[in-house]
Design a protein around this ligand. Structure first.
Ligand SMILES: [Zn+2]
Length: 652
């Protein structure tokens, strides 16, 4: 954990023009700089850098932010890693937050395990190149499979001789503790109590984390005819290695995945390596395990588009289909490519160059839903029971797609392919939605709804983002981040004493008065923190939230500040070209009043709808209660409308 003071120093030191210039050729234009956007392909520059604000933004794809965000996006680093990157560039010593004793203990254990893995990786590489057995057996094996030396280097491939304990002896002699040799799984104890190498007699593939550290290994036997031994041996799960959260090749693939906005998914180490060698670098492997949610989330950080490559083996395809449903569930766009009969990605890549490879993909890729329907349809043929199974299987796949528009397109297509009425499919999908609800018994909803992520808002479950009130909520948060600490007006008491009121205080009071809160949890956190900080001397909301240690908050704040929109220009027709800052005393009350008005309006609408549902109509008690509330709200609405007079018109 980096402490807040250090974060501030890093953000202050990082010159946006300098940071961006390392990756983008910039030209001066007026007070700003402009260049070709590094995040999408373009011929005319739309990437603008403002040294005054310390911000950059692409006016075409919208990416950008402050120097930290730029590095996060460009280098595909976490917030923490990006800060460390900039600290190094500007020679700022990082003061990390003091860790607790347990944290320290856990950290040293983890670090030691990574250190041992690093040592092992280097050891196996050296053996491959320098040891006689390494080159006659290990290197010969890779060469025979057509793997070039530069690729062997890049993926840090290695070899472990078959002496059983050669690595264990070397590591112990070098002073590496047995504890960590065992906990990383590099070695194990035999029943006789001997310390043996897990990977003896195998070529070794190190598995890298997203940031390039070696987290585990996979070892393959050289002679596949040896039936006594498993073909592959992998590091066991450990304090640092959780198989379900790692993807083979992700470290080497992440930048290309972003650039091409797509990721290829294959099965094995050699598939990834062969594809890299052919020039296709945006590829990862689930390494034999079926795809997990953790792995999917890892890919999803970089792209929305995934293409799964299959060899033609139908059994293998059927086994992996479950994992693909999970990709759909994550809202990813999934395509499938079937390779020519007898080829796997490894052999196919060895025969083709990147251009041919891409051409084959684009000619042969099929949408997953279409692919699955056809695959199962062939199998079901005229067997009615199998057909029924197929339909319910497709319904399951369709029901997990989070986007309702995408879903309805597929429903239409499936109904045609399967010769089933569209209505029937929709009905079946609706049943799927109800299932988890019925189990938990918490939802009051009777209508089938899409499995969208639960709205985190206990106070008014009726409200939905995208409604009018939500736009006001965003404008209030924007003005709060830009001007929160500024004095917008004075309150006078009976003795004539004036108390200054800041934007933050005003907003907090206004919401409290009517027992309202923001809909978006991030907005609620920003308001709560602003209220807590307002009396801290030297506090400025903009700076505080832009350098916030939570990247979600800092990113949102940057976007809000970056947005050049000035409310004043819009609402006060240029008679007085005043800035928002000069008009806070008018703007802020106007926004909060309109926010409230929109919420009241929304609630009235929901009550009107509720009053038409048969369930309510047949329940006089509920009906009366709703009518009562409706009348109250109507009165409030009339009062507010009078006070508002001229209402703020929402920006488009
Ligand atoms: Zn762009």
């Amino acid at each position: 954990m980096i402490d807040q003071a250090t974060i501030n120093r890093i953000v202050d030191a990082a010159q946006i023009v300098e940071v961006v210039s390392e990756f983008v050729t910039l030209r001066k234009r007026g007070v700003n700089y402009i260049g070709l956007c590094p995040f999408h392909n373009e011929k005319t520059p739309s990437f603008s850098v403002s040294p005054a604000k310390g911000l950059c933004k692409c006016f075409s794809c919208g990416k950008g932010g402050n120097a930290v965000h730029f590095i996060m996006e460009h280098e595909q680093l976490s917030y923490y890693e990006a800060l460390k990157y900039l600290a190094k560039k500007y020679h700022i010593e990082i003061k990390e937050r003091e860790l607790s004793t347990e944290e320290k203990q856990a950290q040293t254990t983890r670090e030691s395990m990574f250190i041992v893995n690093h040592f092992a990786c280097e050891y196996f590489r050296t053996v491959l190149k320098k040891h006689r057995e390494g080159s006659t057996i290990g290197l010969a094996y890779f060469r025979q499979r057509g793997i070039r030396d530069d690729i062997i280097e890049k993926f840090q491939l290695g070899f472990c001789t078959d002496e059983r304990d050669a690595f264990a002896n070397e590591a112990t002699a070098k002073g590496y503790k047995e504890e960590f040799l065992l906990s990383t799984g590099l070695c194990y104890r035999t029943e006789e109590g001997k310390l043996y190498d897990r990977f003896w007699g195998r070529v070794v593939f190190p598995i890298h984390t997203l940031s390039g550290k070696v987290v585990a290994f996979g070892g393959r036997i050289i002679n596949a005819d040896n039936k006594k031994q498993a073909k592959y041996v992998n590091s066991p799960e450990s304090g640092i290695y959780h198989k379900s959260n790692e993807l083979y090749g992700i470290f080497f693939a992440k930048q290309t995945i972003v650039k091409q906005d797509r990721c290829f998914l294959v099965e094995g180490y050699t598939d990834v390596i062969a594809m890299h060698q052919a020039g296709v670098e945006n590829v990862v492997a689930s390494s034999g395990t079926s795809l997990t949610t953790g792995q999917i989330k890892l890919i999803h950080r970089f792209t929305n588009h995934i293409t799964v490559l299959y060899d033609g083996d139908p059994a293998g395809i059927k086994a992996s289909i479950r994992g693909i449903d999970m990709l759909l569930e994550e809202g990813m766009n999934v395509k499938v490519v079937l390779l020519p009969h007898g080829d796997d990605p490894d052999s196919f890549a060895r025969k083709h160059h990147a251009a041919d490879f891409r051409a084959y993909i684009s000619e042969n890729e099929v949408d997953f839903i279409r692919f699955k329907t056809k695959l199962l349809l062939d199998e079901a043929e005229k067997d009615p029971i199998k057909r029924a199974e197929l339909i319910s299987d497709m319904v399951r796949s369709l029901s997990v797609i989070p986007d309702s528009i995408v879903r309805s397109v597929y429903v239409k297509e499936c109904s045609q392919l399967l010769h089933v009425e569209e209505k029937l499919l929709i009905l079946e999908i609706a049943k799927q939605f109800k299932k988890p609800v019925a189990q938990s018994g918490t939802s009051k909803e009777n209508t089938p709804s899409a499995p969208e992520k639960p709205v985190d808002h206990e106070d008014s479950p009726l409200l939905q983002e995208g409604e009018e009130f939500y736009r006001y909520e965003q404008l209030i948060i924007q003005i709060l981040v830009r001007h929160g600490e500024k004095i917008m007006c004075y309150m006078e008491n009976e003795e004539g004493e004036k108390t200054p009121i800041s934007v933050i205080t005003y907003i907090v009071n206004e919401l409290q008065q009517d027992d309202l809160s923001f809909h978006n949890p991030l907005h609620r956190r920003i308001l709560a923190e602003a209220a807590g900080q307002i009396h801290t001397s030297g506090f400025t909301a903009e700076r505080y939230f832009i350098t916030h240690s939570d990247p979600d908050i800092s990113r949102l704040a940057t976007d809000l500040v970056n947005d050049r929109y000035q409310l004043s220009k819009y609402h006060f027709k240029a008679q007085h070209p005043l800035t928002d800052e000069e008009r806070l005393h008018e703007l802020v009350p106007m926004l909060t009043d309109n926010f409230k008005y929109a919420i009241v309006k929304e609630e009235l609408k929901h009550i009107r709808n509720a009053l038409q549902v048969p369930e309510t109509v047949n329940n006089p008690q509920k009906c009366n209660a709703l009518m009562q509330r409706y009348k109250e709200l109507q009165e409030i609405q009339i009062l507010m409308a009078k006070r508002l007079g001229d209402r703020v018109i929402l920006p488009e």
